[in-house]
Write a protein that binds this ligand. Structure first.
Ligand SMILES: [Zn+2]
Length: 416
């Protein structure tokens, strides 16, 4: 039987590999209250490179947490944002593969392939309506050609990566996600419908698709954009996927995946409601914000932990440009809003924690401070054993923050 995600699944990142248990605990708390979620540990090549870790470590930590907490349900280890160049690195350890083909969007496939695609989809040339969406879309052969011109090569690339993976691993053991989120323009619901048509023609048994949504999904902070517009788009995407599953014989439980999905508190109520209206599932990938809970825990844990947290901030402040570089499109740090290291030096633990913690009701919360710390994990990685020893010494207070953040601020508003 093919390995599957449950209706709801949750991607957790664990940069330093110490919080898998605390993360799984949040999933268990949901289960105790009747909400079943498949945990997925995701870590990208970029993160492994910056931290100097290996995907096998992620696998071992996930396995260990599952064993120690006696988790009897499914779980996965996600090779996050892989392409042909990086996928081999993850083959042994992963059973979830996020095929990132965003770089191929806008590059043209062979003209004969585009023509085949248009031919295969010509029955949709009309005033095309989708159950669940008011009105209709005007589909013409030019429109189909335009969509194919923009996305067909990306879909073909996904096919190449998929075939490469199944040379090594049985298809029944893996979950495939296609991601197109790291690009400039959101995909429209109609584009998603025809992208799914192309993915079906390419015989990729994807279980999740991560489009780029309207608005900004910056790392570790709230959604920036028009919530009503997001809702309309999100519901249209759900309607289009439901129809595409029927039309193209895709995986029956195919669902949307939201990347950089942590901390998007202002859209969670909308997502929750829309999922229920459509009886749809969701995969939500968080942006490695567990690492921030570690720093919050350190700041709260006493003088030594606080000192370490301050040191990370001071260095991150000095190296802001270098640290933000790999994340330019997904962070927005306003440098005038950043406190000087000299003033942070005088803070107590509560002030540090409240400035960093994403609690909108707190007057101290500072999104720029939070985003700078978010990209500052390289500093902690450079501290090596010193940082890891601090994590171990303060495990209790850190684990509490990690679990609570996932359960209370994420799982509850999203799925309950
Ligand atoms: Zn992504």
């Amino acid at each position: 039987m093919k390995k599957r995600l449950s209706k709801y699944s949750f991607g957790v990142g664990d940069r330093f590999g110490h919080q898998a248990k605390a993360q799984l605990k949040a999933i268990k708390m949901a289960k105790a209250q009747g909400i079943h979620i498949t945990p997925v540990w995701n870590k990208s090549y970029r993160e492994h490179e910056i931290i100097n870790s290996h995907p096998l470590e992620t696998r071992n930590q996930a396995d260990l947490a599952v064993q120690e907490l006696d988790w009897k349900n499914g779980y996965f280890v996600d090779a996050d944002h892989v392409g042909l160049k990086t996928v081999d690195y993850f083959l042994e350890s992963s059973d979830f593969f996020t095929l990132d083909v965003a770089d191929f969007i806008g590059k043209r496939a062979a003209q004969s392939d585009i023509a085949d695609f248009v031919e295969a989809n010509k029955k949709y040339i009309s005033k095309f309506s989708v159950p669940g969406i008011d009105g209709f879309f005007d589909i013409t052969s030019q429109k189909l050609e335009e969509i194919a011109g923009k996305y067909l090569l990306a879909v073909q690339e996904a096919g190449c990566i998929y075939k490469h993976i199944v040379k090594d691993k049985p298809d029944s053991d893996i979950v495939i996600e296609i991601s197109m989120d790291e690009t400039n323009e959101p995909q429209t619901p109609v584009e998603i419908f025809f992208i799914l048509s192309a993915l079906a023609m390419e015989n990729i048994p994807l279980q999740t698709i991560a489009p780029k949504f309207t608005g900004e999904f910056h790392k570790g902070v709230d959604y920036i954009g028009d919530v009503a517009k997001f809702q309309m788009e999100f519901e249209s995407n759900l309607a289009v996927i439901r129809l595409a599953v029927e039309e193209f014989d895709l995986q029956h439980d195919l669902k949307l995946s939201i990347h950089s999905g942590s901390d998007k508190f202002s859209i969670y109520p909308v997502i929750n409601k829309s999922l229920k209206i459509f009886d749809a599932g969701l995969h939500l990938k968080t942006a490695g914000t567990t690492w921030l809970e570690e720093v919050i825990g350190l700041a709260e844990s006493g003088e030594d932990g606080l000192q370490l947290a301050k040191e990370i901030y001071t260095q991150a402040f000095e190296r802001m440009e270098e640290l933000s570089k790999p994340y330019l499109t997904v962070v927005q740090i306003v440098s005038e809003k950043l406190p000087s290291p000299e003033s942070v030096e005088k803070w107590d633990g509560l002030t540090f924690a409240s400035t960093l913690r994403h609690d909108l009701s707190s007057p101290l919360y500072n999104p720029s401070f939070r985003q700078l710390m978010h990209v500052g994990y390289k500093i902690a990685a450079e501290m090596g054993e010193r940082y890891l020893v601090a994590l171990r010494d303060n495990e209790k207070v850190i684990a509490k923050n990690v679990t609570e953040n996932i359960f209370k601020r994420h799982i509850k508003p999203l799925f309950f």
